[in-house]
Ligand binder design. Structure first.
Ligand code: TXA
Ligand code: MG
Length: 319
């Protein structure tokens, strides 16, 4: 799949959404917007289309995909065993940035599950995605980036990585959340496998029981995708926990790009540290040829923004 024309479609016209759904039903790959990041869609029950997703992204075959649905009823298409807990979470958070890991139905292709006996499912909170999914049926959609790169939050990001490698892209403007969904498993006990904007506390409140958060060293065992280095720009990231450290690095690396949640102009342009613009800033650093990025992320902020901290930690990881 290379050197083909990637058709540009627009999510503000019904004809284009219909054409995108038709292409997906024919086994083609179409990138589409969600509230979190753009997904690279392929029909969830078409093994050949799913294999093309792995090829286009350069994604390791053991990293399972997330199935996207347009209604809670469609959970039954993917799992025979939707527990009361799963249903409670779906009712509370669908559509929204939560992915639930369920026992997979035998009809779900192994390409979707990465060979596991579970399937991750979410219902995105985006009108274009929901309209597309209601016509195409369930779609597996990893983030529409080349594996390891920051996730795409607009069509330019998708085209940067995948132009000529996928059949079409449906433009839906800027993603509002900006980082990927929370991934939660429920069996044997509730556990967050990837933090996102829906927090452990919110999930605990709905389930009425404690929810664990998978620790760094357990990532490889619990969620295959989490063992890989991820979300990385070409520049070297320098993570600082205090203002003093940030000042020190800023003096030592005067050409560096700086990202901080604290407004200060003392050291030149400082980009804001927040989920909705984080990946865009990393990609803009690559375009500008920035060699170093200094991030100020205090202990207090790390507790307030665990999902963003997780993405930064993964980008720093040597794996
Ligand atoms: O917000 C999102 O979730 C975006 C948009 C496009 O929906 N999608 C996304 O997909 O981030 P992807 O493929 O980049 O990340 C999927 C994550 C990986 O960490 C993977 O290991 C985990 O979900 N995952 C998928 N299926 C799983 C399963 N059966 N058990 C455990 N983890 C699973
Ligand atoms: Mg991804």
């Amino acid at each position: 799949m290379s050197d083909q024309h990637t058709l540009r479609l627009f999510g503000n016209t019904m004809q284009d959404i219909e054409l995108a759904a038709l292409l997906l039903k024919q086994g083609k790959l179409v990138a589409f917007p969600t509230e979190t990041v753009y997904g690279l869609g392929a029909s969830a029950f078409n093994p050949e289309a799913l294999r093309k997703v792995f090829e286009a992204k350069g994604r390791p075959a053991d990293n399972p995909l997330i199935a996207h649905i347009s209604s809670i009823d469609e959970l039954e298409l993917l799992s025979d065993d939707v527990s009361d807990d799963a249903r409670k979470l779906a009712e509370a958070f669908f559509p929204g940035p939560l992915t639930i890991v369920l026992p997979a139905k035998s009809t779900v292709p192994k390409e979707a599950t990465g060979g596991l006996d579970t399937i991750a499912v979410r219902m995105p909170n985006h009108p274009i995605a929901l309209s597309l999914l209601s016509m195409s049926g369930p779609l597996c959609a990893p983030s529409a980036n080349v594996s390891g790169r920051p996730s795409p939050t607009n069509v330019y990001h998708v085209l940067e990585d995948l132009d000529g490698k996928i059949d079409a892209i449906l433009d839906g403007g800027q993603c509002t959340v900006g980082i990927e969904s929370t991934v939660v498993r429920l069996i044997p006990t509730p556990m967050i496998l990837r933090p996102g904007m829906i927090s452990a506390e919110q999930i605990e409140k709905v389930l009425g029981k404690p929810v664990g958060i998978v620790q760094k060293h357990e990532h490889a065992i619990q969620s295959p995708g989490m063992k890989y280095r991820h979300y990385s720009p070409k520049a070297l990231l320098h993570l600082c926990g205090t203002h003093e450290e940030f000042e020190l690095f800023s003096r030592r690396l005067p050409q560096a790009m700086k990202i901080s949640g604290h407004v200060t102009t003392q050291f030149g342009d400082i980009f804001p540290l927040k989920e909705s613009t984080y990946y865009d800033i990393l990609r803009s650093a690559d375009i500008k040829g920035v060699k170093d990025i200094i991030i100020l992320f205090t202990e207090e902020e790390r507790i307030q923004k665990p999902a963003l901290f997780n993405r930064i930690e993964k980008a720093l990881s040597k794996e």
